[in-house]
Design a binder for this molecule. Structure first.
Ligand SMILES: [Zn+2]
Length: 322
């Protein structure tokens, strides 16, 4: 039953019933619903965009922080990439070139990863692109680092080998300068003093007094130390890397077969044994089984001027003593 409302009428001094039409009541009802809906909407809009829960505020702050961190990370990666690129350049153009190994091509150094898309789990989020590109860059840097590290390992082993090679090659004179009277014969065709024929002289003759010490010209192992009819007392050293040296007509030798030798070790004394016409050392350098001119193997203790003098002596003097 609808409520009945009254009002006080001063004219009749009595309470009269308020009669409202259906139309007015409907209008009032609609206005109430519309106002309520409007307030509801305003409240919703305010609460969703301006008023944030403490959790939302914290999350947003964290997101900003993470984005900043990614920015810093990317800047650092740019620096690392620059350093790495410089290192790769030097590796290819200096280290690998020096040790005679081919440079590592760019597509090997910077090639991507084949097979399945390893970045698929990173897709589909708000900041997927940032995270994925960062992951890609980091992966590329890691791969470049591994390749560079392996390359340097290779260079280190080559350098060690090179060091051994440099120590092994014949590189000094077998007779000390103070003991050397002169080079009496160089490498080439010579008149043999005993056989009396033109004959290839496969070494250099160093004239020195009997008993002057003879030194090994590079690291190696004594292949033999023995007496032979032509070379007299001789020492033969294997240096490795295709090199051997012979020291002949010795008064006596002080090493034995199989003995390890360092450059500069004394191996015997100058003499006049075998087919020889005076005290001297016949010295040979043999490369891959063939005698080569020893004049090219004194670079370690001979400056340009001294070398020139030595070279002229070896070319001009052909008074072979063996
Ligand atoms: Zn000789």
């Amino acid at each position: 039953m609808p409520k009945v409302k009254y009002y006080f009428d001063p004219d009749s001094v009595s309470y009269e019933e308020i009669r409202t039409s259906r139309w007015i009541r409907l209008t009032k009802g609609l206005a109430f619903v519309a106002t309520a809906a409007l307030f509801g909407l305003i409240f919703y809009l305010l609460s969703s965009s301006v008023i944030q829960t403490p959790e939302e505020i914290a999350l947003r702050r964290e997101l900003r922080f993470v984005k900043t961190q990614y920015g810093v990370l990317n800047e650092k990666m740019t620096q690392v990439e620059a350093v790495l690129s410089d290192l790769e350049e030097r590796d290819n153009n200096v280290y690998r070139t020096y040790f005679e190994v081919s440079p590592i091509p760019d597509d090997v150094r910077k090639g991507g990863f084949g097979g399945v898309n390893r970045y698929a789990p990173l897709a589909g989020f708000d900041n997927s692109q940032l995270v994925e590109s960062t992951a890609r860059r980091l992966d590329a840097i890691s791969k470049q680092m591994i390749i560079q590290s392996k390359s340097l390992d290779e260079i280190v082993s080559l350098a060690k080998n090179k060091e051994k090679m440099l120590a092994s090659l014949p590189a000094i004179q077998p007779i000390a300068k103070r003991d050397l009277i002169r080079i009496s014969s160089g490498f080439g065709m010579r008149f043999h003093p005993i056989l009396k024929i033109m004959k290839m002289h496969t070494g250099i003759d160093f004239s020195a007094r009997r008993g002057a010490p003879i030194y090994a010209t590079g690291d190696g192992v004594v292949a033999h130390a023995k007496r032979s009819p032509s070379y007299g007392n001789e020492v033969f050293i294997k240096h490795g890397f295709g090199y051997q040296t012979r020291y002949a007509h010795m008064w006596k030798y002080t090493v034995h077969k199989g003995q390890k030798i360092k450059r500069g070790d004394r191996i015997g004394y100058v003499g006049n044994t075998g087919m020889s016409t005076g005290p001297h050392l016949h010295y040979e350098v043999i490369k891959n089984g063939k005698p080569v001119d020893p004049i090219y193997f004194f670079y370690k203790d001979t400056g340009p001027e001294a070398y020139k003098k030595l070279y002229q002596q070896a070319r001009e003097n052909n008074q072979s003593l063996d």
